[in-house]
Design a protein around this ligand. Structure first.
Ligand SMILES: [Zn+2]
Length: 68
């Protein structure tokens, strides 16, 4: 497997990376969860931008003037 921190090849049985010495047993699961959350965040951010764009095109009554 690959170390999620330094990306070097690591013994799958070893609890810590031989290269950077970090614990890879727990972080692997946490990193997967984190990646999922980041994807959700990015998706929500895109939806928010689309919603704001829709509001901005609705006559401008709801859009606030932006600082230059
Ligand atoms: Zn490492």
């Amino acid at each position: 497997m690959q170390c999620p921190f330094c990306l070097s090849e690591k013994d799958e049985q070893a609890p810590v990376c031989a290269n950077c010495g970090r614990d890879t047993a727990v972080p692997e699961a946490l990193l997967a969860e984190r990646a999922e959350l980041l994807q959700k965040r990015d998706k929500l951010r895109v939806e928010l931008e689309r919603a704001q764009a829709r509001l901005a095109t609705k006559g401008g009554r709801l859009s606030r003037s932006r600082p230059a």
